[in-house]
Design a protein around this ligand. Sequence first.
Ligand SMILES: Nc1nc2c(ncn2[C@@H]2O[C@H](COP(=O)(O)OP(=O)(O)OP(=O)(O)O)[C@@H](O)[C@H]2O)c(=O)[nH]1
Length: 483
Amino acid sequence: MVLAQLGGSISRAIQQMSNATIIDEKVLNDCLNEITRALLQSDVQFKLVRDMQTNIKKIVNLDDLAAGHNKRKIIQQAIFNELCKMLDPGKPSFTPKKGKPSVIMFVGLQGSGKTTTCTKYAYYHQKKGWKPALVCADTFRAGAFDQLKQNATKAKIPFYGSYTESDPVRIAVEGVETFKKENCDLIIVDTSGRHKQEAALFEEMRQVSEATKPDLVIFVMDSSIGQAAFDQAQAFKQSVSVGAVIVTKMDGHAKGGGALSAVAATKSPVIFIGTGEHMDEFEVFDVKPFVSRLLGMGDWSGFMDKIHEVVPMDQQPELLQKLSEGNFTLRIMYEQFQNILKMGPIGQVFSMLPGFSAELMPKGREKESQAKIKQLDSSNPKLMNDSRIMRIARGSGRQVREVMEMMEEYKRLAKIWSKMKGLKIPKKGEMSALSRNMNAQHMSKVLPQQMLKQIGGVGGLQSLMKQMGSAKDMMGMFGGGDN
Ligand SMILES: Nc1nc2c(ncn2[C@@H]2O[C@H](COP(=O)(O)OP(=O)(O)OP(=O)(O)O)[C@@H](O)[C@H]2O)c(=O)[nH]1
């Protein structure tokens, strides 16, 4: 993912600065120049980058920093804040409510990925228990209805459209009516792609909007247009009331950073990003966790959301109880890895963990890693002698080396989890500062040293748990929570 390269360049610049014995003006300037170069390569507008550099220098006045202050941390925090500021439009988006019908209209340029994104959006909500439906009001592009129909059928989402009706307003209205009667709570209207110079198509889009009265209009934009996103987003906003933006194809284009910052400059919140052609290559976009992941600092909150999606609630307390007793078996490892596979593309999941960057799990290598996880067996490790290992290898069509590697992985994880013995499991609603500190102590034993250093030691871990793992997230982690 190209954004991972941007994050990698920024993290490396910060790391290089941290390695310097003394952080003086020159070291700081080198670091900022490196970050500037990375952002400009990502097509972020020059003025935004220059303002960011000026602001950081204003905040980080090296002469004023009294001895004893952790300059590295202050600089890192300033960079984090400025990147957040660059991507934050300062305005939340309308959020539909489960169980209450909402009409969501998708608009955008031709080929931006609207139809694909409509289905991803529907599928994402369907997994969370919503009742979405898709309406194809694109009568302009031949094959648009077939594409939507195919996507919707694959995801088992009801759809509406016509091969003969040429009036998009009529189809949109009929589709919305039909699905309101069927008690769908997320009625998604896909419209034709259009360019800002096409006045007639813009008028048609306005009419569809007027007739269906959408609760939210989502502008879908391809990240490859970079900072040109500003003009396009403005043009769409002038015709229909765009309330949110989804930026697609963030997996393949160097200009992703530019596109995101340009959209923020139009004061429209980006709510999701598309990171591939598949249905689950779709991620919630939230500025702080995004920047945190970009810099390899993790996103606990997103990670816990994923756990909620895949580990059945009734299994969570049992699992955590076993782990807190230091009781980590091969069966647990097998089941948890199976759960991880359900969480979605593995690179997406790993980038939510501090110290991991999406760069570590390049897209092409995901399949290889997933295949390794899939070959796990749930046998008792104590009975794993040579002949048993050979038999398992033969039976599963795997090399002996692979079975042994799996056993090594088990031993490594079992050792880590044995250190978690005594982990305090708070009851629902009971995440006190004391238990947070105790758990931070435990987790600091588990995390690899390099990862722990990057977070800022036990203190950094404590504040990370406090800031990012809100009480709700931590409760979820320890088996509580209610969604
Ligand atoms: N790599 C990648 N490809 C994507 C993503 N989203 C969509 N695509 C691809 O982009 C192409 C165009 O997507 P569509 O959904 O047909 O675009 P559209 O905006 O509906 O097209 P029009 O109806 O002509 O405006 C397809 O090949 C999609 O698979 C993404 O996030 N990443």
